[in-house]
Write a protein that binds this ligand. Structure first.
Ligand code: GBH
Length: 479
């Protein structure tokens, strides 16, 4: 008998996985792809940005002030006191920016809408001029065959909303805003995300104080703030469904902590799954289960959130898709504890990108998708963000050779391809970010774009990673 070709050998491996228990999503009878790093034909490739990070034009056309305007203008809060006042000036240059997407061959764009452009005071009378901007942007995208995926809240809360997320009224105001946007745009925007990364605009903003409004509150207050954020999401989902045209898809974008099993054996895989659910208990776990995990409530005791009748049904409103922002890994192993897992400490030598928090762990991509599917079986998953910072610079010829970013992306996408090849329901991928932008408390000191932005001239230049991503999209494969 002749020896196996590589392809036959791969086929054998798939066959073995079908029979085994560790890869349950393998559809029996499906043969290995002849091009192993290929993505499905209808896979959606795109890029992501957010309003305050790219738009600038913070007083244009009646936009109201946001908590990020206030925070960035407060001494000592951001790198070198930098603000999003101008950022990428995408408010005026959006046609050029849609052109950048077009050059990549991107099929979709995830952007966020600034609540304070639509309702400058957070509530009340809508501002037509603000809405008109998103009309223009959406029309420009559609003209270029790029599907708009709109996030309704990416942290830029209207300053006028008294007490911000401390107030339950803010959740109600968000629902009204979400319903209004859906009613005005869902004839063209078919996918909406309510919130981006609940942990960031609750814990990082009200507990750690690193993000706007920069508070350091106690556990009871923070748990209540988290509850208001979950409620806002749920009210948003319901309002979108009530106000949108039929078939509009609704989801949210979360950045759960992702647990990679230290070794891929059944016991560590189980431990990683438990860790995922418990360590993200007050966020994605609660939304997708429609109840707070009992261990969380027990742990918080008297500090647990005050829940009003009906809240949990609203929070658990069924979703059409789950968005996952995947950056860095955590590692879990099985142990004999009651929780059934232990989280590994990272050694100081663990590799990272230019942002000190951004540990490199491509397997986080695969395990994010697999954990969410095994725990909650959502109808669809999108990777709503993935990307990295690099110490980019232009050489004498103006080129930006970000080979480290290409390395990062290639490895994470290889892990995503593993997930799609095992039939997990991943429908698309949004690279963070289209272009360098205002990186929150890090100001312009950290660059995440695949287009380099010279912030003095606003000139956009494709980095090596943009050229590489264009190839990925063109071939629908990682290579
Ligand atoms: C995403 O957050 C955001 O959605 C996006 O707006 C942002 O530009 C992008 O990532 C890149 O950062 O300084 O050690 O306290 C990713 C999750 C949470 C990562 C906050 C950075 C601060 C860590 N982010 N975190 S630290």
């Amino acid at each position: 008998m002749p020896p196996f070709t590589r392809r036959q050998f791969a086929g054998q491996l798939v066959g073995a996985a079908v029979a085994g228990v560790s890869l349950p999503r393998f559809a029996a009878g499906k043969t290995a792809s002849p091009r192993p790093l290929q993505f499905p034909d209808d896979f959606l490739w795109g890029c992501a940005t957010s309003a305050y990070q790219i738009e600038g034009a913070v007083t244009a056309d009646g936009r109201g002030q946001t908590i990020w305007d206030t925070f960035a203008h407060t001494a000592g809060k951001t790198y070198h006191g930098q603000t999003g006042d101008i950022a990428d000036d995408s408010y005026h240059r959006f046609r050029e920016d849609v052109g950048l997407l077009k050059q990549l061959g991107a099929k979709t764009y995830r952007f966020s809408m600034a609540w304070a452009r639509i309702f400058p005071q957070g509530t009340g009378k809508p501002n037509d001029k603000g809405l008109a901007y998103y009309d223009r942007l959406v029309d420009e995208l559609l003209k270029n065959d790029i599907a708009p995926y709109a996030t309704l809240f990416h942290w830029d809360l209207p300053q006028a909303l008294r007490d911000g997320w401390k107030s339950r009224d803010t959740a109600k105001a968000f629902g009204d805003y979400a319903g209004f946007m859906a009613s005005r745009l869902s004839d063209r925007v078919r996918h909406f995300m309510t919130t981006n990364e609940i942990v960031c605009f609750t814990d990082l903003s009200y507990k750690i104080g690193q993000f706007a409004p920069g508070l350091k509150l106690g556990d009871a207050a923070v748990n209540q703030i988290r509850h208001h954020a979950l409620l806002a999401h749920g009210l948003g989902v319901q309002a979108i469904r009530a106000g949108a045209t039929a078939g509009t898809q609704v989801g949210f974008a979360e950045n759960p902590k992702v647990y990679v099993p230290v070794i891929e054996t059944a016991e560590h895989i189980e431990a990683a799954k438990r860790a995922f659910r418990q360590e993200n208990a007050p966020f994605i776990s609660t939304v997708l289960e429609g109840r707070y995990p009992s261990e969380y409530l027990a742990r918080e005791g008297a500090n647990a959130p005050k829940i009003e009748p009906g809240d949990m049904d609203i929070i658990g409103s069924p979703l059409d898709f789950v968005g996952l922002n995947v950056y860095q890994p955590e590692y879990a192993r099985a142990d004999g504890s009651k929780a059934g897992y232990a989280v590994e400490r990272r050694p100081t030598s663990f590799p990272r990108m230019a942002s000190p928090w951004l540990f490199v762990g491509p397997e986080a991509m695969y395990w994010a998708v697999r954990s969410v599917t095994e725990l909650w079986n959502p109808k669809a998953i999108y990777i709503t963000e993935n990307g990295c910072s690099s110490e980019d610079y232009q050489d004498a010829a103006g080129r930006v050779k970000d080979t480290d970013r290409v390395m990062f992306l290639r490895n994470y996408l290889t892990q995503l391809q593993r997930a799609v090849s095992e039939n997990y329901p991943v429908k698309g991928y949004f690279l963070w970010s289209l272009m360098d932008n205002f990186e929150w408390a890090d100001g312009y000191g950290k660059r995440f774009g695949i287009y380099y932005v010279d912030f003095k001239t606003q000139k956009r230049t494709p980095k090596r990673s943009a050229l590489w991503y264009r190839e990925v999209i063109a071939h629908n494969a990682v290579g």
